[in-house]
Design a protein around this ligand. Sequence first.
Ligand code: AMP
Length: 303
Amino acid sequence: MAIQLVTTAAQLRTESARLLTQKGGTSQGLVPTMGALHEGHAQLARTAVEQNDVVVASIFVNPLQFGQAVDLERYPRTLEADLAVLDAEGVDLVFAPGVDEVYPDGEPMVRITAGPMAGKWEGASRPGHFDGALTVVAKLLHYGMPGTAIGGATGAALPAYRAYFGQKDAQQLALVRRMVADLNFPVEIVPVPIVRSPDGLALSSRNRFLSAGEREAALVLSRALRLIEDRANAHEPLDLESAKALVESQPLVELDYFEVVDPRTLEPLAENCKDTPFRGEGLALIAAKVGPVRLIDNVPLDS
Ligand code: AMP
Protein backbone atom coordinates (compact mmCIF):
# COMPACT_ATOMS: atom_id res chain seq x y z
CA MET A 1 0.00 0.00 0.00
CA ALA A 2 1.25 3.46 -0.88
CA ILE A 3 -1.26 5.08 1.41
CA GLN A 4 -0.06 6.33 4.81
CA LEU A 5 -2.06 6.19 8.02
CA VAL A 6 -1.57 8.90 10.65
CA THR A 7 -3.42 9.34 13.91
CA THR A 8 -2.25 12.70 15.26
CA ALA A 9 -2.64 16.26 14.01
CA ALA A 10 1.12 16.78 14.27
CA GLN A 11 1.85 13.77 12.01
CA LEU A 12 -0.79 14.90 9.55
CA ARG A 13 0.70 18.36 9.25
CA THR A 14 4.28 17.09 8.85
CA GLU A 15 3.39 14.37 6.35
CA SER A 16 1.07 16.49 4.21
CA ALA A 17 3.70 19.26 4.05
CA ARG A 18 6.37 16.70 3.12
CA LEU A 19 4.19 15.22 0.37
CA LEU A 20 3.27 18.60 -1.05
CA THR A 21 6.96 19.60 -1.22
CA GLN A 22 8.03 16.21 -2.60
CA LYS A 23 5.41 16.35 -5.36
CA GLY A 24 6.00 20.06 -6.06
CA GLY A 25 2.25 20.32 -5.54
CA THR A 26 0.09 23.40 -5.36
CA SER A 27 -3.20 21.99 -3.99
CA GLN A 28 -4.51 19.81 -1.20
CA GLY A 29 -7.90 18.10 -0.91
CA LEU A 30 -9.65 16.80 2.21
CA VAL A 31 -12.32 14.08 2.23
CA PRO A 32 -13.98 13.87 5.66
CA THR A 33 -15.72 10.55 6.43
CA MET A 34 -16.83 8.39 9.33
CA GLY A 35 -15.45 5.23 7.70
CA ALA A 36 -17.44 2.12 6.69
CA LEU A 37 -16.64 3.29 3.19
CA HIS A 38 -18.59 2.42 0.06
CA GLU A 39 -18.62 3.54 -3.56
CA GLY A 40 -20.13 6.93 -2.57
CA HIS A 41 -17.09 7.72 -0.45
CA ALA A 42 -14.83 6.32 -3.19
CA GLN A 43 -16.37 8.84 -5.60
CA LEU A 44 -15.52 11.70 -3.22
CA ALA A 45 -11.94 10.42 -3.00
CA ARG A 46 -11.70 9.98 -6.78
CA THR A 47 -12.90 13.54 -7.41
CA ALA A 48 -10.44 14.89 -4.84
CA VAL A 49 -7.54 12.94 -6.40
CA GLU A 50 -8.44 14.27 -9.87
CA GLN A 51 -8.44 17.86 -8.63
CA ASN A 52 -5.55 18.00 -6.13
CA ASP A 53 -1.86 17.14 -5.85
CA VAL A 54 -2.15 15.82 -2.29
CA VAL A 55 -5.30 14.20 -0.88
CA VAL A 56 -6.08 13.51 2.76
CA ALA A 57 -9.09 11.47 3.83
CA SER A 58 -10.20 11.50 7.45
CA ILE A 59 -11.96 8.71 9.27
CA PHE A 60 -13.52 9.74 12.55
CA VAL A 61 -16.78 8.66 14.15
CA ASN A 62 -17.68 11.86 15.98
CA PRO A 63 -19.37 11.26 19.34
CA LEU A 64 -20.66 14.87 19.43
CA GLN A 65 -23.11 14.33 16.59
CA PHE A 66 -24.73 11.15 17.92
CA GLY A 67 -27.78 11.62 20.11
CA GLN A 68 -27.81 8.11 21.51
CA ALA A 69 -24.84 6.13 22.76
CA VAL A 70 -26.16 2.93 21.13
CA ASP A 71 -26.06 4.53 17.67
CA LEU A 72 -22.47 5.55 18.27
CA GLU A 73 -21.49 2.08 19.47
CA ARG A 74 -23.34 0.39 16.63
CA TYR A 75 -21.68 2.52 13.94
CA PRO A 76 -19.66 0.11 11.74
CA ARG A 77 -15.87 0.37 12.01
CA THR A 78 -13.95 -1.23 9.14
CA LEU A 79 -10.53 0.47 9.06
CA GLU A 80 -8.58 -2.14 7.07
CA ALA A 81 -11.19 -2.30 4.30
CA ASP A 82 -11.47 1.53 4.32
CA LEU A 83 -7.72 1.90 3.80
CA ALA A 84 -7.90 -0.44 0.80
CA VAL A 85 -10.75 1.62 -0.76
CA LEU A 86 -8.86 4.89 -0.30
CA ASP A 87 -5.57 3.41 -1.48
CA ALA A 88 -7.23 2.16 -4.68
CA GLU A 89 -8.41 5.72 -5.39
CA GLY A 90 -4.91 7.16 -4.96
CA VAL A 91 -5.47 8.98 -1.64
CA ASP A 92 -2.11 9.88 -0.09
CA LEU A 93 -2.86 10.12 3.61
CA VAL A 94 -5.52 8.86 5.97
CA PHE A 95 -6.06 10.73 9.21
CA ALA A 96 -7.81 8.43 11.67
CA PRO A 97 -7.52 10.06 15.09
CA GLY A 98 -8.88 8.65 18.32
CA VAL A 99 -11.48 10.54 20.33
CA ASP A 100 -8.74 11.69 22.77
CA GLU A 101 -6.78 13.31 19.95
CA VAL A 102 -9.79 15.28 18.71
CA TYR A 103 -11.25 16.10 22.14
CA PRO A 104 -8.26 15.99 24.55
CA ASP A 105 -10.14 17.94 27.22
CA GLY A 106 -13.40 16.05 26.82
CA GLU A 107 -16.35 17.73 25.12
CA PRO A 108 -15.37 21.14 23.76
CA MET A 109 -16.55 24.15 25.73
CA VAL A 110 -16.81 26.31 22.60
CA ARG A 111 -18.73 24.92 19.64
CA ILE A 112 -20.25 25.85 16.33
CA THR A 113 -23.93 26.82 16.53
CA ALA A 114 -25.49 25.70 13.29
CA GLY A 115 -28.39 28.19 13.52
CA PRO A 116 -31.98 28.09 12.30
CA MET A 117 -31.35 25.94 9.21
CA ALA A 118 -30.28 23.12 11.55
CA GLY A 119 -33.59 22.90 13.38
CA LYS A 120 -35.59 21.47 10.50
CA TRP A 121 -35.62 18.25 8.45
CA GLU A 122 -32.86 16.01 9.83
CA GLY A 123 -32.32 18.41 12.71
CA ALA A 124 -35.95 18.15 13.83
CA SER A 125 -35.55 14.53 14.84
CA ARG A 126 -31.91 14.80 15.89
CA PRO A 127 -31.54 17.76 18.27
CA GLY A 128 -27.96 19.05 18.46
CA HIS A 129 -26.84 16.82 15.60
CA PHE A 130 -25.74 19.62 13.29
CA ASP A 131 -24.01 21.62 16.04
CA GLY A 132 -21.95 18.49 16.72
CA ALA A 133 -21.38 17.77 13.04
CA LEU A 134 -20.31 21.34 12.20
CA THR A 135 -18.03 21.48 15.24
CA VAL A 136 -16.13 18.43 14.05
CA VAL A 137 -16.17 19.59 10.40
CA ALA A 138 -14.64 22.90 11.55
CA LYS A 139 -11.92 20.97 13.37
CA LEU A 140 -11.33 18.62 10.42
CA LEU A 141 -11.10 21.55 8.00
CA HIS A 142 -8.38 22.97 10.25
CA TYR A 143 -6.54 19.67 10.61
CA GLY A 144 -6.59 19.12 6.85
CA MET A 145 -5.17 22.51 5.84
CA PRO A 146 -2.00 22.35 3.74
CA GLY A 147 0.92 22.46 6.16
CA THR A 148 3.26 24.47 3.96
CA ALA A 149 3.46 27.45 1.63
CA ILE A 150 4.58 26.99 -1.97
CA GLY A 151 6.92 28.93 -4.24
CA GLY A 152 9.96 29.40 -2.00
CA ALA A 153 10.90 32.35 0.18
CA THR A 154 10.07 35.03 -2.34
CA GLY A 155 6.52 35.14 -3.57
CA ALA A 156 5.44 32.24 -1.35
CA ALA A 157 1.76 31.45 -1.83
CA LEU A 158 -0.71 29.26 -0.01
CA PRO A 159 -1.65 26.03 -1.77
CA ALA A 160 -5.24 25.72 -2.95
CA TYR A 161 -7.37 23.93 -0.35
CA ARG A 162 -10.57 22.04 -1.20
CA ALA A 163 -12.88 19.82 0.87
CA TYR A 164 -15.30 17.28 -0.58
CA PHE A 165 -18.84 16.62 0.66
CA GLY A 166 -21.56 14.37 -0.77
CA GLN A 167 -24.89 15.77 -1.90
CA LYS A 168 -26.38 12.72 -0.17
CA ASP A 169 -26.27 14.71 3.07
CA ALA A 170 -27.82 17.79 1.48
CA GLN A 171 -28.61 19.59 4.73
CA GLN A 172 -25.11 18.99 6.07
CA LEU A 173 -23.65 20.29 2.80
CA ALA A 174 -25.84 23.44 2.90
CA LEU A 175 -24.79 24.06 6.52
CA VAL A 176 -21.09 23.46 5.84
CA ARG A 177 -21.27 25.97 2.99
CA ARG A 178 -22.93 28.52 5.27
CA MET A 179 -20.34 27.96 8.01
CA VAL A 180 -17.47 28.38 5.56
CA ALA A 181 -19.05 31.54 4.10
CA ASP A 182 -20.20 33.05 7.40
CA LEU A 183 -16.95 32.37 9.26
CA ASN A 184 -14.47 32.88 6.38
CA PHE A 185 -12.88 29.44 6.38
CA PRO A 186 -10.09 29.48 3.73
CA VAL A 187 -11.34 26.41 1.87
CA GLU A 188 -13.38 25.68 -1.24
CA ILE A 189 -16.28 23.29 -0.60
CA VAL A 190 -16.78 20.90 -3.51
CA PRO A 191 -20.13 19.04 -3.71
CA VAL A 192 -20.18 15.50 -5.12
CA PRO A 193 -23.39 14.01 -6.63
CA ILE A 194 -25.09 11.05 -4.94
CA VAL A 195 -23.83 7.59 -5.91
CA ARG A 196 -26.63 5.00 -6.17
CA SER A 197 -26.79 1.27 -6.64
CA PRO A 198 -28.11 0.23 -10.09
CA ASP A 199 -31.66 -0.14 -8.70
CA GLY A 200 -31.63 3.47 -7.50
CA LEU A 201 -31.01 3.11 -3.76
CA ALA A 202 -28.63 5.84 -2.54
CA LEU A 203 -25.55 4.18 -1.08
CA SER A 204 -25.26 4.52 2.69
CA SER A 205 -23.22 2.87 5.42
CA ARG A 206 -26.57 2.07 7.04
CA ASN A 207 -27.95 0.03 4.11
CA ARG A 208 -26.16 -3.01 5.55
CA PHE A 209 -28.75 -3.07 8.36
CA LEU A 210 -31.67 -3.58 5.92
CA SER A 211 -33.14 -7.06 5.38
CA ALA A 212 -33.74 -8.10 1.75
CA GLY A 213 -37.44 -7.18 2.04
CA GLU A 214 -36.70 -3.83 3.64
CA ARG A 215 -34.13 -3.03 1.00
CA GLU A 216 -36.68 -3.74 -1.73
CA ALA A 217 -39.24 -1.55 0.09
CA ALA A 218 -36.67 1.26 0.45
CA LEU A 219 -36.54 1.63 -3.35
CA VAL A 220 -39.79 3.60 -3.16
CA LEU A 221 -37.78 6.60 -1.86
CA SER A 222 -35.67 7.00 -4.99
CA ARG A 223 -38.67 6.13 -7.19
CA ALA A 224 -40.72 8.92 -5.65
CA LEU A 225 -37.83 11.35 -6.08
CA ARG A 226 -37.47 10.31 -9.72
CA LEU A 227 -41.16 11.04 -10.23
CA ILE A 228 -40.68 14.58 -8.89
CA GLU A 229 -37.53 15.06 -10.98
CA ASP A 230 -39.28 13.91 -14.17
CA ARG A 231 -42.18 16.29 -13.53
CA ALA A 232 -39.79 19.20 -12.90
CA ASN A 233 -37.88 18.44 -16.11
CA ALA A 234 -41.17 18.31 -18.03
CA HIS A 235 -42.21 21.70 -16.51
CA GLU A 236 -45.25 20.01 -14.99
CA PRO A 237 -46.74 20.66 -11.54
CA LEU A 238 -44.78 18.54 -9.08
CA ASP A 239 -47.87 17.22 -7.34
CA LEU A 240 -45.91 16.29 -4.25
CA GLU A 241 -49.02 14.85 -2.63
CA SER A 242 -49.31 11.99 -5.13
CA ALA A 243 -45.61 11.21 -4.73
CA LYS A 244 -46.09 11.15 -0.94
CA ALA A 245 -49.02 8.78 -1.38
CA LEU A 246 -46.78 6.43 -3.38
CA VAL A 247 -44.30 6.29 -0.49
CA GLU A 248 -47.03 5.90 2.12
CA SER A 249 -48.51 2.98 0.18
CA GLN A 250 -45.42 0.92 1.03
CA PRO A 251 -46.16 -0.75 4.40
CA LEU A 252 -42.53 -1.24 5.48
CA VAL A 253 -41.77 2.45 5.00
CA GLU A 254 -42.60 5.05 7.64
CA LEU A 255 -42.31 8.45 5.96
CA ASP A 256 -40.85 11.25 8.08
CA TYR A 257 -40.74 14.13 5.59
CA PHE A 258 -40.89 14.65 1.83
CA GLU A 259 -40.63 18.29 0.73
CA VAL A 260 -39.36 20.46 -2.07
CA VAL A 261 -37.15 23.23 -0.68
CA ASP A 262 -34.91 26.10 -1.70
CA PRO A 263 -31.43 24.50 -1.98
CA ARG A 264 -29.74 27.36 -0.13
CA THR A 265 -32.16 28.15 2.70
CA LEU A 266 -33.93 24.74 2.89
CA GLU A 267 -37.26 26.59 3.21
CA PRO A 268 -40.20 24.79 1.51
CA LEU A 269 -41.18 25.95 -1.98
CA ALA A 270 -44.84 25.26 -1.35
CA GLU A 271 -46.34 27.26 -4.20
CA ASN A 272 -44.27 25.56 -6.84
CA CYS A 273 -45.27 22.08 -5.78
CA LYS A 274 -49.02 22.06 -6.15
CA ASP A 275 -50.74 22.76 -9.43
CA THR A 276 -48.50 25.26 -11.24
CA PRO A 277 -45.69 24.05 -13.54
CA PHE A 278 -42.38 23.92 -11.66
CA ARG A 279 -39.87 26.63 -12.56
CA GLY A 280 -36.47 27.42 -11.15
CA GLU A 281 -34.23 25.61 -8.70
CA GLY A 282 -35.28 23.30 -5.93
CA LEU A 283 -34.25 20.33 -3.89
CA ALA A 284 -36.60 17.44 -3.16
CA LEU A 285 -35.75 16.00 0.27
CA ILE A 286 -37.04 12.74 1.68
CA ALA A 287 -36.48 10.84 4.94
CA ALA A 288 -38.11 7.65 6.12
CA LYS A 289 -37.64 4.82 8.52
CA VAL A 290 -37.41 1.44 6.84
CA GLY A 291 -37.33 -1.32 9.44
CA PRO A 292 -34.67 -0.30 11.96
CA VAL A 293 -32.94 2.11 9.61
CA ARG A 294 -33.52 5.80 9.01
CA LEU A 295 -32.78 6.62 5.36
CA ILE A 296 -32.40 9.98 3.64
CA ASP A 297 -32.26 10.80 -0.05
CA ASN A 298 -32.73 13.84 -2.28
CA VAL A 299 -32.65 15.06 -5.83
CA PRO A 300 -31.76 18.53 -7.12
CA LEU A 301 -34.36 20.13 -9.42
CA ASP A 302 -33.48 22.67 -12.08
CA SER A 303 -36.13 23.56 -14.55
P1 AMP B 1 -20.24 9.66 6.24
O1 AMP B 1 -19.06 8.74 6.34
O2 AMP B 1 -21.55 8.97 6.19
O3 AMP B 1 -20.17 10.78 7.24
O4 AMP B 1 -20.11 10.35 4.83
C1 AMP B 1 -18.92 11.00 4.45
C2 AMP B 1 -19.15 11.77 3.20
O5 AMP B 1 -19.56 10.87 2.16
C3 AMP B 1 -20.27 12.81 3.33
O6 AMP B 1 -19.87 14.00 2.69
C4 AMP B 1 -21.41 12.14 2.64
O7 AMP B 1 -22.34 13.06 2.09
C5 AMP B 1 -20.70 11.37 1.54
N1 AMP B 1 -21.55 10.30 1.04
C6 AMP B 1 -22.16 9.30 1.75
N2 AMP B 1 -22.91 8.52 0.95
C7 AMP B 1 -22.79 9.03 -0.30
C8 AMP B 1 -23.35 8.68 -1.58
N3 AMP B 1 -24.17 7.65 -1.72
N4 AMP B 1 -23.02 9.43 -2.64
C9 AMP B 1 -22.18 10.50 -2.50
N5 AMP B 1 -21.63 10.88 -1.34
C10 AMP B 1 -21.93 10.17 -0.25
